[in-house]
Design a protein around this ligand. Sequence first.
Ligand code: ATP
Ligand code: MG
Length: 330
Amino acid sequence: MRITATSAVRTRPADPIRISGVGRTFTTDGVALPVLREVHLDIAAGEIVALIGASGSGKSTLLRQVCGLDTPDTGSIVIDDRPVAGVDPRCAVAFQEPRLLPWRTLAANVALGLPRGTGREAGAARVDALLRLVGLAGFRSHRPRHVSGGMAQRAALARALARSPGVLLLDEPFGALDALTRLQMQDLLLDIHRAEPTTVILVTHDVDEALYLADRVVLLGSDDTGAGSTVVRVIDVPGDRPRDRGSHDLAALRAGLLEGLGVATHQHAGDGNVPPDDLPPDDLPPDDLLPDHVPDRRGADSRVAHDRSPHVHAAATPAAGDADTPRTHA
Ligand SMILES: Nc1ncnc2c1ncn2[C@@H]1O[C@H](COP(=O)(O)OP(=O)(O)OP(=O)(O)O)[C@@H](O)[C@H]1O
Ligand SMILES: [Mg+2]
């Protein structure tokens, strides 16, 4: 099934973001933990930027700083031409969990995202348009527990869009969904971005998702000094969207990003390593020593299995404080 977005009325332009020299150290029980240092990043209005990095590298912290839920110790974040100072109404956020109010209908949950002072009629029209946009027009009166996880997440996206944010911040928005729903949601996000062209920062652990969706992929990382993470790589992703998920260009970029994340990619074709088919049988453990999830390395399908680069799904822990902090769009 393809979830198709239809157009809805958008009332605000996308905003550019300038992140300059941002640093952040958290101190817990007297112990200082440098998390971010000297982060510089300019994001154009309407751009989609994917932020990747190891667990704990400060992705969520940076996202929270952009919308004013956290404040950098050093440096500044400017949206359009105004610095972020406190929770910023130009931003909306969606997290891994939909965080809908269970006692309200989907329509009422989406309406929570409307800007204060929205008139009754205009609000109802906007909610209807957004529910259509995310393919939930027939479910407006359903409660969150009566819809699937993917549908709930679509409602959460609609709620985030309700205020026509200049900046949409997505923290692993599809991380809790099954693989197929996840792919559908990625296409829906592209549809939404076409219909409501806002600036998007997407935090993800999924390198393929980053390369499929983003104009640029930004890798946060740190060295061994413990001084905190900074931008270690920025990749311009080639090709118009929607992209070919199997493209060779993306595969090459994927390998580079995975290497940047410290993940082995086990590429064989043309990389100078001996392909597994050419290894003498004695170099492989007997089949009964191979764990179930390791593909048969002697079989005709082995190259396919080895060339299928893994997604990076590091254990996702919610950002500290997320659960208790107010949403900017609520
Ligand atoms: N409010 C806080 N107080 C103390 N430490 C914090 C706070 N917020 C974040 N941290 C710490 O900062 C570090 C970075 O956290 P952050 O949530 O930004 O990482 P992340 O890259 O989003 O990780 P993940 O991929 O696991 O979600 C972690 O060590 C975390 O414990
Ligand atoms: Mg995080």
